[in-house]
Write a protein that binds this ligand. Sequence first.
Ligand SMILES: NC(=O)c1ccc[n+]([C@@H]2O[C@H](COP(=O)([O-])OP(=O)(O)OC[C@H]3O[C@@H](n4cnc5c(N)ncnc54)[C@H](OP(=O)(O)O)[C@@H]3O)[C@@H](O)[C@H]2O)c1
Length: 290
Amino acid sequence: MKHILITGVSSGIGYTAAKYFIEKGYHVFGSVRKEADAERLNKELGKAITPLLFDVVDEEAIAKGVETARQQLGPGENLAGLVANAGIHIPGPILHLSREDMRHQFEVNVFGSLGVIQAFIPLLRKTDQQAAGRIIHVGSTSGAIPLPFSALYAATKSAMHSLCDTLRRELMLYEIDVIDIYVGPVKNEMVSKVAIYKERYKETDYYHSISARLENALENTIPKGLSEREVAVVLFENIEKTKPKHRFAVNKDWFNTWFLPNLLPIRLLDKILAKKLQLRPEDFEANKSK
Ligand SMILES: NC(=O)c1ccc[n+]([C@@H]2O[C@H](COP(=O)([O-])OP(=O)(O)OC[C@H]3O[C@@H](n4cnc5c(N)ncnc54)[C@H](OP(=O)(O)O)[C@@H]3O)[C@@H](O)[C@H]2O)c1
């Protein structure tokens, strides 16, 4: 039996990936934060899933999760993979982001992901029966193409891209590979869940711009995005394949959301974004009178 740990399986990509790995014969350890989510998953997915109750910022709870997983693995068994998927996005203009919101995104997306990886590495190590497991970080195109009002989210994903390179090199000692995926927009609830944050900036000079950015994402980018299942398939294939790439982008509208922004000179991209998101001085003047 193959086992995998996926963090953040209560919803979204993590939930769909858990179901997909189960379809493919895996047993999934899935992290959730609420008892109610653990019960729901047990009901929906049965014995093929073992929910682990931890918040990625809680080291003690993670350690308990490691023990639960260790006890459930049979003799000679290990984790074939760890998908560091749990993540949050708190949008806002840098000028007005609170220190707490900035810290929290790093706590969850960077230190939380690293804490889980550190704690579960012993269970990924090769055994006399199974090859060493593999780590996949669910990154974002924002990590390579940071957009206005996603600054800290983008910075956390970018930090993880760097940390994945170091981890991969350090973990060669144990033959544990580390893969980092720049995931493009996904057709799910993640952005709509946080769109309400724009109201925090109602009294600032950025209200029109952040509204334009979030509305554009919800109306155009997200509906054209990847399905969660498409991401789940990529995760599965990259746990299974013999020679995965260490880093790659997965995108639906590849030309507009990956190829073009990476190709354009940065100053030109700045201008295009400023026009689209009403960040030019003339927009500032026009929006003042609204
Ligand atoms: N949606 C996109 O367009 C997109 C694009 C690129 C990359 N991604 C990345 O994909 C990953 C999954 O996102 P998603 O789209 O599936 O969104 P989602 O449905 O909001 O899923 C996020 C998951 O992370 C969990 N989580 C949040 N904070 C946590 C914490 N402190 N400790 C433990 N778990 C925590 C959530 O659990 P709770 O239910 O308990 O909050 C949930 O299960 C994220 O890393 C995100 O950055 C998403």
